[in-house]
Design a protein around this ligand. Structure first.
Ligand code: ADE
Ligand code: ZN
Length: 339
């Protein structure tokens, strides 16, 4: 590893854009299939990876959702999240706000309580074992109906202590944020923080970004780098201190590029852009790897990387006292590792 890569991996950071179901590595997939008596079409890890031939969001999701079928019990969800938190901690992650997609499981008969109960257990155990803190963001699947999303929000209310915020993911095409205005208004009224995916180079990207800022009133935007096409929206995001959760390695799978120029422009203009891993088991890079990939592509310095890490805590939903403690860790790390 280069010195800069070692620096980037060890840098204290928060992960704010991570789909727990996107951390299902082929090895764990085989283990869960064996445990649950499921016959898989692929017999080796290489055969599984050979099915990962996606070129855009839709073709990725077509591989992603069927793979989740091996997740059946609370223990399965626990093992998935625990393995992720262990790996994330090994790449400098001090705090992770993690997405999960309950509808992808309840829709095939897995009880909501088993999904969230397993994830919650992993968070408690990983905190004790690796010192990493974890929180959950419940994502609604935007290609399904607003009614199903509202029912899912109601199902989640008894677990509100375990859920920090509500997000929106899955296929953006034809599914604008405004489709879920009533669900997100209710979520806000119930005290949840809000975030939504505005994926890269979508049909209507700018209109979707406008909706999340002006109509929904989100507390953060997932991806959202297309905002640079509209100066007024950039100014609005800056004035509100909105965080952007960019995912460079993921971008290079669902578009032709990492969008490094856009990420660096947001950074240089003082917006709260952060670096994250999205679906690391599918895109082959956990969070530290994303910092390294971007640093190499865009010739970033240690100070740039430290600013991205500061942004990750500033855009997080931590309390002010915990956030400030992590920011001090970033500064101490930078001071202890001069170029
Ligand atoms: N689900 C998992 N990863 C996603 C992404 N990058 N965009 C939308 N939905 C997702
Ligand atoms: Zn995502």
């Amino acid at each position: 590893m280069t010195d800069l890569a070692t620096f980037a991996q060890g840098l204290p950071k928060a992960e704010l854009h991570l789909h727990l179901e996107g951390t299902l590595e082929p090895e764990l997939k085989f283990e869960l299939a064996r445990r649950n008596g499921i016959e898989l079409a692929q017999k080796t890890v290489d055969e599984v990876r050979a099915t990962y031939n996606f070129h855009d969001l839709t073709s990725f999701l077509a591989v992603y959702y069927p793979a989740m079928d091996v997740l059946r019990t609370a223990d399965d969800f626990r093992d998935l999240a625990y393995a992720y938190l262990k790996k994330a901690a090994s790449q400098g992650t001090r705090h992770a706000e993690m997405f999960f997609d309950p509808q992808a499981h309840t829709g095939r008969g897995v009880p909501f309580a088993d999904v969230i109960g397993g994830y919650r257990r992993a968070i408690i155990e990983a905190r004790a074992d690796f010192g990493i803190s974890g929180e959950l963001i419940l994502c609604m699947l935007r290609d399904l109906s607003a009614e199903f999303a509202m029912a899912t929000l109601m199902e989640a209310l008894p677990y509100r202590e375990w859920i920090l915020g509500i997000g929106l993911d899955s296929d953006e095409r034809g599914n604008p944020p405004a489709k879920f205005a009533a669900v997100f208004a209710r979520a806000k009224a119930e005290g949840f923080l809000l975030t939504m995916h505005c994926d890269i180079d979508q049909e209507g990207s700018i209109e979707h970004i406008r909706q999340v800022i002006e109509e929904i009133g989100v507390d953060r935007i997932d991806h959202g780098t297309n905002i640079l096409e509209n100066e007024e929206l950039v100014e609005a995001a800056k004035a509100r201190g909105l965080g952007f959760t960019a995912c460079p390695v993921s971008n290079s799978f669902v578009t032709e590029q990492m969008k490094s120029d856009e990420i660096v422009e947001l950074l240089r203009r003082g917006l709260r852009v952060t670096i994250n891993s999205d679906d690391p088991a599918y895109f082959g890079g956990y969070i530290g790897d994303n910092y390294v990939a971007l640093a190499e592509k865009a010739a970033l310095t240690r100070e740039d990387l430290a600013q991205l890490a500061r942004n990750s805590f500033e855009a997080s939903w931590l309390s002010a006292s915990r956030r400030d403690a992590y920011l001090a860790e970033v500064d101490a790390y930078l001071a202890a590792h001069p170029a």
